[in-house]
Design a binder for this molecule. Sequence first.
Ligand SMILES: Nc1nc2c(ncn2[C@@H]2O[C@H](COP(=O)(O)OP(=O)(O)OP(=O)(O)O)[C@@H](O)[C@H]2O)c(=O)[nH]1
Ligand SMILES: [Mg+2]
Ligand SMILES: [Zn+2]
Length: 310
Amino acid sequence: MKGLVVKTTGSWIQVRTPAGDKIECKLKGQFKIHGKKSTNPVAVGDRVEFFMQDSENIGVITCIEERYNYIIRKSINLSKFYQVIAANLDQVFLIVTAAFPRTSPGFIDRFLTTAEAYHIPAGLIFNKIDIYHEEVEDYHQLLSAIYSKVDYPCLNVSALTGENLGMLLDWLKGKTTLFSGHSGVGKSALINALQPGLDLKVGKISDYHNKGKHTTTFAEMVELNNGGFIIDTPGIREFGLTDFKKEEVAERFPEFRALMHNCQFSNCTHTHEPNCAVKKALDENQISPSRYRSYLAIVNDEGLEKNDWD
Ligand SMILES: Nc1nc2c(ncn2[C@@H]2O[C@H](COP(=O)(O)OP(=O)(O)OP(=O)(O)O)[C@@H](O)[C@H]2O)c(=O)[nH]1
Ligand SMILES: [Mg+2]
Ligand SMILES: [Zn+2]
C-alpha cells in the first residue's frame, strides 16, 4: 500500500492512505539517505510504501519514495547529524513577528538562504499585526521593505482578528506549504484560524522573555478544505545551516546572484576585491546593509547573535 507521511514522533509514523485513513506505522530496518546520518530517516511529506502487519493494527514501512525536494537543518545538539524537517514541498513560509517574540533579520536570512539552497520558493508571513504599535510597527515596516525589495512575497496577517487570512488561503490553495519560525509566533494559531475544527495546541508567551514555550513538539501535516496542505512544525531558535561551500553563499541571495556576473573577478567574494558589483550596489543602497551583514555572517560562520540588531 502507498501513503503520505503526515506526522512523525520519536517512534511512530502516521501515514495517510489515498482514501484518507490514518495508519500508525513503524519503519523496517535501517534507512540512510545519501550515506549521511539523519536523526529521522522518514519525514513529514514523504511518500512511502507499507504493509499491514498481521494481527496488530500497525503498518510497516518498507520503502521511501525518492524525494522531489526536502529541507534540512543541522541538529544543534548532535552536530554530526542533520534533521529532515519535511519533504516534497511546493513552498515554505517563515512566520515572522516584529515582537512577542521578535524575529531578527539574521534568522530570516538563514532561513531564506536554506530555502534557496533547496530551490524551494519562500515567503514571509508577518503575524500578530493586531498588536504592532510605534517602534514595533517601525521595525515591521523596515523588515517588510527589505524583503519585498528582494521579491520575497510578504503578507501581513493576524490569526486573532482574521486579517488577510483569505489572501493567505489563496496562497496555500492546492499546494503543500511548510510553516516555520520561532516558538510563539503563532504558527499553530494561524493554522487553526485558517481551518476551523483542527484544534491544534496553542501555547502562551512567557511574560518575562516574550518567547514561546515550544508548544508544538512534532511536525504535522494538516489538510485544508481548498485542497492545500500545511505542515505545522515545532518552533526553532536557530537555523543551523548544513554543510555549505563559502563560494555558494552569494548565489543564495537573489539580489547578489543578479549582479555577481558583473564583478571583475569570477571568484569574487564580495568583500575586499576591486570592481565588485555587489559592493557597488551596497554603496548605492541597492542592496540592503542588513542583507550584506547576513551574507558576511554566514560566510564567516558566525552565530546568530553577532548578526542581530538589538
Ligand atoms: N495578538 C495575537 N496573538 C496571537 C496571534 N497569533 C497567535 N497569537 C498568540 O501567540 C501565542 C503562541 O501561539 P502558537 O500558535 O502556540 O505559536 P507557535 O508558533 O505554534 O509556537 P510553537 O508551537 O511553540 O512553535 C498564543 O498565545 C496565541 O494566542 C495573533 O495574530 N495576534
Ligand atoms: Mg505550534
Ligand atoms: Zn563581487
